[in-house]
Design a protein. Structure first.
Length: 235
């Protein structure tokens, strides 16, 4: 038994003895205070039960054999009162665990949504490659602009992978870390596509349609990311 537990055990026996001598109304406040001290030193219910049993055994010689059973019965409320803070601590721990479990389930759901967004982005990359071939024929300036656009898309994929891996952290603030950066990246893609669209006036109608389609996909992805982040923040 540790020094702190030993000290609590002596205090418990003394307080229990005073409690048993009170009549007809007994004060349970000292028991509650002892229970709180037990919580401070990490005492468990089973350990408190051992302390209570030792205290009862220590007080038994002061009672006649015929009164011992009644004394043990009268001592039970004292133990129950002392155990309340310990049980409340356990209850809070269980509630925290349940909350963590719910967060993990929600995070898994958000991860699936992000995986869907990631697949959409991959399709956008494929379209971007088609655009690259067409823009190469339009000149060096168009090619450079398209490469910058693809680089932004690659950054977005990397950010998405980071967000998927962050599920192990089980933390509510994962969306706050990446939301702004993802939105800025999508905005950059959108701005670049607008530039390409203006620069493609001399190109074919199909190229313009491809650029417009990719732009719509980026806008849809940005909306999906913002919705997912708002839902996560509302937890």
């Amino acid at each position: 038994m540790s020094q702190k537990t030993d000290s609590l055990s002596h205090s418990y026996e003394s307080a229990l003895g005073k409690y048993l001598k009170q009549a007809p109304r007994r004060n349970l406040k000292p028991a509650l205070e002892l229970g709180r001290k037990g919580v401070d030193i990490g005492l468990e219910t089973l350990e408190l039960a051992v302390i209570h049993q030792r205290a009862v055994e220590g007080l038994l010689p002061d009672y006649a054999s015929g009164k011992r059973r009644g004394m043990i019965k009268r001592a039970a409320p004292f133990f129950n009162e002392a155990n309340i803070p310990i049980e409340e601590t356990h209850r809070a721990a269980r509630e925290s665990q349940n909350h963590l479990t719910r967060l993990k389930a929600t995070l898994g759901h958000r991860t699936e949504e992000l995986a869907t967004t990631n697949r959409q982005l991959k399709r956008g990359v494929v379209r971007g490659k088609v655009m690259a071939k067409a823009m190469e024929e339009s000149g060096k300036h168009h090619k450079k602009s398209l490469e910058e656009s693809l680089e932004l898309q690659n950054r977005l994929r990397q950010l998405t992978h980071r967000l998927l891996a962050a599920q192990e952290n089980q933390r509510k603030d994962i969306s706050h870390e990446l939301q702004d950066e993802i939105a800025q990246t999508l905005l950059g893609i959108n701005v670049r596509l607008l530039t390409l669209k203006k620069a493609a006036k001399a190109n074919t109608k199909g190229l313009k349609e491809s650029i417009t389609s990719t732009q719509q996909l980026m806008e849809k992805s940005a909306k999906s990311v913002r919705q997912a982040a708002r839902k996560f923040d509302s937890l």
